[in-house]
Design a protein around this ligand. Structure first.
Ligand SMILES: [Zn+2]
Length: 170
């Protein structure tokens, strides 16, 4: 798995929503080495081994990691060596990326196709039709709703889109 998978902040955020923010460091650590036991992971990440196990089980539940079990000849205890299901992680990142892109495109379309109105205290933002139906009065605070130039929002969405596409290709 390439480290570049984590380069886009937007994708990292979206991935964190799926597997949890504390899983990302662990995935990154597993990406470096073929297989690692949970105590080494805990030490490297500065996390409690119980927390590491919890994250590993969750990732295992999502088929993102696999493990091999060995019996320690001295202690008689079992050692679990964990490794990444690299392709599954790639697929998840790819799915998250596609969902993110679709979401931004939809938002961008909406921003480009409508005029938006915002109430003076900033609590409500609505497209023209909705604002007109409300008589250009905010249904929450009763303030007047004024036309809002959404050029900066469009620019922001466009650069988010570019960032994701640049990192991952089309
Ligand atoms: Zn308001």
């Amino acid at each position: 798995m390439s480290e570049s998978l984590f380069e886009s902040q937007a994708v990292v955020n979206a991935l964190a929503e799926v597997v949890g923010a504390n899983s990302l460091d662990l995935i990154g650590e597993l990406a470096i080495e073929e297989s690692v036991d949970e105590f080494s992971l805990a030490e490297r990440l500065g996390m409690d081994v119980k927390v590491v196990r919890k994250v590993l089980y969750k990732l295992y539940d999502n088929s993102l990691v696999k493990f091999k079990r060995f019996k320690d000849q001295d202690t008689g205890w079992y050692i679990y060596m964990w490794s990444l299901e690299g392709n599954k992680v790639k697929h998840l990142v790819e799915r998250v990326r596609r969902e993110k892109i679709t979401g931004i495109r939809e938002q961008l379309d909406r921003e480009q196709e409508h005029q938006f109105f915002m109430c003076e205290s900033g609590c409500t933002r609505a497209p023209f039709e909705t604002a007109m139906e409300a008589g250009f009065v905010c249904p929450h605070c009763g303030c007047r709703m004024d036309f809002q130039d959404n050029g900066h929002i469009i620019k922001q969405l466009e650069s988010q889109l570019k960032e994701i596409e640049r990192t991952f290709g089309q």
